[in-house]
Design a protein around this ligand. Sequence first.
Ligand code: ATP
Ligand code: MG
Length: 466
Amino acid sequence: MSIENVLIVDDEILMRKFLQESLRRLGIAVETAKDGLNALDMLADSHYDVVFTDIKMPRIDGMELLQRIKGEFPDTEVVVMTAYGTIESAVDAMKTGASDYILKPFTVDQMEIILNRLNERQALIHENKYLKKELNEKYNFNEIVGKSKELQGTIKTIQQIASSRATVLVQGESGTGKELIARAIHFSSDRKNYPFIRVNCAAMPENLIESELFGHEKGSFTGAHAKRLGRFELAQNGTILLDEISEIPLNIQAKLLRVIQEREFERVGGEKSIKIDVRIIASTNRNLYESVQNGEFREDLFYRLNVVPLHITPLRERKEDCEELLYYFIQKYCHENNIEIFDVSEDTMEKLKNYSWPGNVRELENLVERSVVMGKRRLLLPDEMNAGAHTASHSKADSANGKINAGVTVREMEKQLIFETLRCNCWNKTKTAQMLDISIRTLRNKLNEYREHDEIPQEFALLSIN
Ligand SMILES: Nc1ncnc2c1ncn2[C@@H]1O[C@H](COP(=O)(O)OP(=O)(O)OP(=O)(O)O)[C@@H](O)[C@H]1O
Ligand SMILES: [Mg+2]
């Protein structure tokens, strides 16, 4: 990156000649224009790295020329040349986007200093663009690990649809990577420099969902002390991820349908329609079509969301991804914890491949992280994996560790089931309670009881479940 072409704009012929000569001696190609209009014609014909312009000129003056260049040729740097006594115009010019200014009269050395500064600036801009590109690429697909044809098929679809505004419905079991996929869609689209807003529909209290999503006006309900922007407005020009969409109450579903159809809504308690340009991605670990059939989810909304359906395959159905994911996470967590990378025996790898991974990639990631922080430099497998249980068949009827022995108490079985489910859900109690079809309160009570009896397994105790 270095400055090669310069355009000099000045109405004084002597100034033009002086600058042309001096710059040519520095090995720079120089052309000249006698006023702003003349300069704009030349800029339309060819590219100049830098324009040096006088401020006072007939027809189009230097300030107007600067504005036009910043609007039409933003890659061209502008340096204003101004006389003593008019330093205010230099300040104005810098505010309008000039890269530098030089006070007349000046020497060739001063001119050279300015050019060196511009060269450094150009190099930084170039480097910055490069880093940004690298960052975006990293966010896009390198983070999605796995060569299975199922996952590669999903990545291909993402690449095809990323730049459109089409609504995407990502379905898959818990921990399969739905959020990762949603982020990849955003960061590989033209919207990547605008916000990516995630809304967890399951975590919001029902009476607040509407105001969270659409915002509210001051005084619209008790507690609404000030105007508040909703998540849709915050995501303007970007992407919104409606996570766990199946949990949205029916009355809010109607409002959401309108947003998708008309791209506009009103804040709670407001009358003004707000227009938005937001890409919508919805995700769920439930079968949304089943929810439609059960009357829990609006059919019309389902079809509006399901424009681009993405089904993320559970890990047990793409076992070939296990090994790559395993080494990816070992590298990641060893690096984060400053621990030397370790290897995994073939025997262990075999066990991993035979396991059914009900918590999917998240479960594998957690297994690695736990092993790394325990610092033994080997993979610490839970009992049931060592026992070789949990075969590829995954059915809810399978017991916690695959074996039911007569003589075991119901309480003991229940305890095992609870801890196994907690582990699959990475100790997320809400998800565990959902999966077990019990209330979160019941789950908490049971955990408290186990704690009182000192029955919490060590790996859970370490994570201080409460
Ligand atoms: N193919 C993959 N490559 C690398 N990391 C992955 C992959 N799939 C999932 N992960 C990681 O696994 C974890 C779980 O993924 P994510 O949160 O996207 O799952 P999810 O499907 O949204 O789960 P849930 O339904 O529970 O919200 C994350 O840390 C994510 O980065
Ligand atoms: Mg998720």
